[in-house]
Design a protein around this ligand. Sequence first.
Ligand SMILES: [Mg+2]
Length: 182
Amino acid sequence: MRIGIDIDGVVSDSYPAWLEELNRHYGKNIKVIDDYAMHLVFDVPWDDMNNFFIANVERLFMMAEPVCGAKEGIETLLREGHELVYITARTPEEKDVTVRWLTLHGIPHEHVLFTGFKSKVDLVKQWGIEAFIEDYQVNAKMIAESGVPVFLLNTTYNQVDLSTGITRCQSWNEILEEIQRL
Ligand SMILES: [Mg+2]
């Protein structure tokens, strides 16, 4: 099967690392990210936070650790004969640092695609993706509505009722079990 995989919050445990950096930058002490839109969590304009990310992209992207079980899960999927395509909302300008991070952590990566904040559905269709692993419920909904089953890794910011075609998973192990069941 050809499986699409998101990066931030699925492979890279970006948000805990970013939370710390953003708390320092904005002089806040926020403990839990309860909204995927972090500028809303910090109550600052989107542009302002985006500029912070652009100015610090190297450090912010390289500092994150892999999500628990992600590397092993990816290796298992490859061993089982699946083809993997990373589809991230990061921008094409962030390709170099993204690929370096994957390499640094020994995470196999043949295809890495960048939407630059745009919908993932076009690439999902174009690449014939048959299942998708995601953490953002809005992306999950759009992908599921295009007919591709989505496995949503449970997070603090995706606690909403899920529509048809989306399965909430507590861990990478659960994702693997669900994919084997397809
Ligand atoms: Mg994500």
